[in-house]
Design a protein around this ligand. Structure first.
Ligand SMILES: [Zn+2]
Length: 470
């Protein structure tokens, strides 16, 4: 059985390479453009805002099946990043923004267009679809692949203009608005000399997190549909909203999804694989002051902004994201806003070990208690909310081994790393769907320095194909 699988893997790898090598074929070789109608029974959004736009309208009239993996994943990625899908942590609905809903509908349409089955949009706009098994046996696991559509609220995702730097020379990449992505600051760039680097144009993030994951999954599914001789079990895919604000998975129905295990395609550089991540909490500190005309303020005014500044200074100065890496944790002050009467501080608490996690949360509550002793009861309030936990304990070793074998079969060396953040896979793992995170190829997420080498995305497609095979 093992030898059989190995033989098939070699065969498939060879065929993938052959496809990649043959490049673009003559126009006449491409299959004719498809006319696809979305049937309301197949895609039935319950979200009101979407109903009108999905009823029996013609979509993808210009959809043409991809010619090869490289052009397929590139075309998709460049198209996806132009959609503004930033999520909004202040919203109390999911998806938190209309832009995500619009994009999710487009993805559902594309799933139908490439020939996936059972395409659905849930009440909360989670898109799911199935690639049916092409094997006789039912005795193999159903595998899921999952990516998120939203981009980080930390940086603008509107009007993203992707730039391609072909045959990258290993030097500085100069973008607009004074943004320079330099190997002096990001030495990993040197690994991609001679490759095609994709960046944003200087003012926005790129959105490789996680539109590269979507492009990779969609391209891998289309590749498997175009090559039915590749043996695989049932594959389920899902595109979800609001990963960056940690709420999209609240409405994910693991049981209906029906996979035995899955992979989030939401990781960083080529080869990375992660099944370990931060424990995470967020805290909001609210300082209440007392406002009065500054000319008559002596002994009366309490300036909440000044107390907030003191509180921020009381955090260890070197315990920040900019001063930590690997398995180190941090406090991250994300926002301070206010005036004399009220000032709010938002912060994130992150670390890998659970005892350290408790200690960090205690540090915050004790700090606030000390300030209340100094300035009077209820001057400062804090609320701390756990966001997610380290998924390490939820992932069986066999799944890690299976994943690593898929990497090796695709000619990619697995590099195990601890995710300095959370992914939907973390939440899903705790909900009963073990979900390691696999690479997309991207670097410097959540800001204008974000970039992704095309060649890494192509490798990720290959890895997804390998992982889909049984
Ligand atoms: Zn992501």
């Amino acid at each position: 059985m093992k030898n059989f699988k190995k033989a098939i893997l070699i065969l498939i790898t060879a065929s993938l390479l052959a496809v990649a090598a043959c490049g673009k074929t003559e126009e006449g070789d491409a299959a004719p453009a498809l006319d696809v109608m979305i049937e309301t029974s197949e895609v039935a959004p319950v979200v009101e805002a979407t109903t009108e736009t999905t009823e029996e309208r013609e979509v993808f009239t210009t959809f043409t099946p991809m010619i090869d993996i490289e052009s397929g994943v590139l075309e998709r990625f460049l198209r996806y990043v132009t959609y503004d899908t930033q999520s909004d942590p202040r919203a109390d609905v999911s998806p938190s923004t209309q832009g995500q809903i619009n994009f999710l509908i487009l993805l559902a349409e594309e799933c139908v267009a490439i020939g996936l089955s059972d395409v659905k949009i849930s009440e909360h706009s989670i898109v799911t679809a199935t690639l049916p098994s092409n094997l006789d046996t039912a005795d193999i696991p159903v595998i899921g692949f999952i990516s998120h559509v939203d981009t980080s609220p930390e940086s603008s995702g509107a009007n993203v203009k992707p730039l391609l730097f072909e045959n990258y020379d290993g030097g500085d990449i100069v973008l607009g608005s004074g943004t320079v992505i330099s190997p002096n600051e990001f030495p990993a760039m040197k690994n991609y000399t001679g490759q095609t680097i994709i960046t944003a144009s200087g003012d926005t993030l790129l959105g490789a997190d996680d539109k590269s994951g979507i492009a990779i999954i969609m391209t891998a599914m289309e590749y498997l549909l175009q090559n039915p001789e590749i043996p695989h079990g049932e594959i389920r895919i899902a595109f979800t909203p609001d990963e960056e604000i940690g709420t999209g998975i609240d409405n994910f129905d693991v049981e209906t999804f029906g996979a035995n295990f899955g992979f989030t395609v939401d990781g960083g550089p080529l080869g990375n694989i992660s099944f370990e991540n931060f424990n995470a909490a967020s805290a909001v500190i609210e300082v209440t002051g007392k406002g009065i005309h500054p000319g008559a303020a002596k002994g009366i005014m309490v300036n909440s902004a000044l107390i907030a500044a003191e509180i921020v200074s009381a955090f260890p100065a070197d315990d920040t994201p900019a001063n930590s890496e690997g398995f180190e944790g941090f406090f991250h002050i994300t926002n301070i806003s206010g005036n004399v009467e009220k000032t709010e501080i938002s912060l994130l608490i992150r670390c890998f070990e659970s005892d350290e996690f408790e200690a960090r949360k205690n540090f915050v509550t004790e700090l606030i208690a000390a300030f209340n002793e100094q300035y009077g009861e209820n001057t400062v309030k804090v609320s701390i909310t756990d966001q997610y936990y380290n998924m390490r304990e939820m992932i069986p070793a066999e799944i890690i081994e299976y994943a690593k074998a898929g990497y090796v079969a695709a000619g990619v060396e697995p590099i195990i790393y601890a995710t300095r953040g959370g992914t939907d896979g973390v939440r899903l793992s705790f909900m009963g769907l073990p979900c390691p995170n696999i690479f997309t190829g991207g670097h410097n997420f959540h800001g204008p320095y974000e970039f992704i080498p095309l060649e890494s995305m192509v490798k990720a497609v290959d890895v997804v194909v390998q992982l889909a095979m049984n």
